[in-house]
Design a binder for this molecule. Structure first.
Ligand code: URA
Length: 268
């Protein structure tokens, strides 16, 4: 894996994050772009010893500042008073390594005045490229599912519109599952996102969203049963990517969509 960065221009944290990122991507050796013959390298002159007559004093150890990413996220999220401010606060959040490998921050799509907020897992390749959630194959299926109950992200009437976001705004490498610590440090932003949008009902797409919001996995048992989170009714559903792999599960997804529609009618 070649690097075009000038290593001397990097601070410690950035250099370490980049190295960890390359290891995650599968790099096993640290090599330069061009071979370097150390036998021909100019020898460094030995450093002259100071003749002070005093024994060398050990360097005092600098305390390493301890950063709590969850606490930092809570402060940044709480201070955000609008969706624009929240997006800016997330863009400025430097403690999640996923940011280093992502092309874009994927914040949201749809109508912020919608009655329904859909929470997916994380951007995939297409979403990372476009900076919008659910634009790949799974997203197209999601749009068709919503259209089947006369709803959608581009619907002008807020009563039929949805607002879409994800637990994570950055694509995990090779679409791996998010780590619990990544979910934990980004959850304050999700919580604030829900507070600002203030939907009537939330739909959780798949296991990761259930883990992040309900603290539980097991979508096969959870789906179709109304839960409560953020003081709102919450419906866990199969993720559309799962439905692409397991089309037989569309029957249950259809039942869940009808239950969502019925809930909205009951609440109006
Ligand atoms: N899957 C998700 O959970 N979210 C997206 O934005 C895309 C695919």
């Amino acid at each position: 894996m070649e690097s075009t960065l000038d290593p001397s221009a990097l601070d410690y944290h950035t250099a370490r994050a980049l190295l960890e990122w390359q290891v995650e991507l599968g790099a096993t050796e640290a090599i330069l772009d061009a071979p370097f013959n150390r036998y021909e390298a100019p020898k460094e002159a030995p450093k002259a010893k100071k003749k002070t007559g005093q024994p060398a004093q050990p360097m005092p150890l600098q305390p390493v500042p301890q950063i709590d990413p969850v606490a930092e996220a809570q402060v940044a999220a709480k201070a955000s008073k609008s969706l624009e401010e929240l997006q800016a606060a997330m863009a400025a959040f430097e403690h999640c390594q996923l940011k280093r490998g992502a092309r874009n921050l994927v914040f949201s799509d749809g109508n912020p005045a919608a009655r329904v907020m859909i929470i997916g897992e994380a951007p995939g390749r297409d979403e990372d490229r476009e900076g919008k959630p659910f634009v790949g194959r799974a997203g197209q299926l999601l749009d068709r599912m919503l259209a089947a109950i006369d709803m959608g992200r581009d619907v002008p009437l807020s009563k039929d519109a949805v607002y879409i976001t994800n637990v994570l705004p950055w694509r995990p490498p090779q679409n791996r599952d998010p780590k619990p610590e990544e979910i934990a440090m980004l959850r304050p932003f999700l919580e604030r996102h829900v507070e600002i949008v203030a939907p009537e009902v939330i739909v959780l797409m798949g296991n990761i969203s259930c883990a992040a919001v309900l603290g539980r996995r097991g979508i096969t048992r959870l789906r179709g049963n109304w839960q409560e989170a953020f003081n709102k009714p919450v419906m866990p559903m199969f993720h559309p990517a799962y439905l692409l792999r397991q089309p037989h599960a569309k029957r249950e997804a259809w039942a869940d969509l009808l239950s969502l529609k019925a809930k909205l009618e009951d609440m109006s």
